[in-house]
Write a protein that binds this ligand. Structure first.
Ligand SMILES: [Zn+2]
Length: 97
């Protein structure tokens, strides 16, 4: 039984020009600020000769859009002035009498 999957053809490697780059699903790692983001099942092309890997361009742009906090979400956090403010004590307690 043939699966109806559309399989991209292997493309010749641009690096070693001897191997072929095969479509693979890998786990993509990227840093978002100080946070390590892992994306499982990320489409990439891996060379069977030199091991060069190219990530799928569309997937990359999709991912960068996804990870960009300003994309599609225009709400901007106010830069909260985080100065430690000493709460004014009751220096002058008004006594109602
Ligand atoms: Zn190669």
């Amino acid at each position: 039984m043939n699966k109806p999957d559309i399989q991209p053809h292997p493309i010749p490697c641009r690096d070693c020009s001897a191997g072929m780059m095969h479509p693979r699903l890998i786990t993509y790692f990227t840093w978002l600020g100080e946070e390590l983001i892992t994306v499982p099942n990320f489409p990439a092309w891996i060379c069977d000769m030199c091991g060069k890997r190219d990530y799928d361009e569309k997937a990359i742009s999709w991912l960068s859009m996804l990870l960009n906090p300003t994309a599609g979400n225009p709400t901007r956090k106010k830069l909260a002035s985080a100065k430690p403010r000493s709460t004014p004590g009751h220096a002058h307690p008004s006594i109602d009498s």
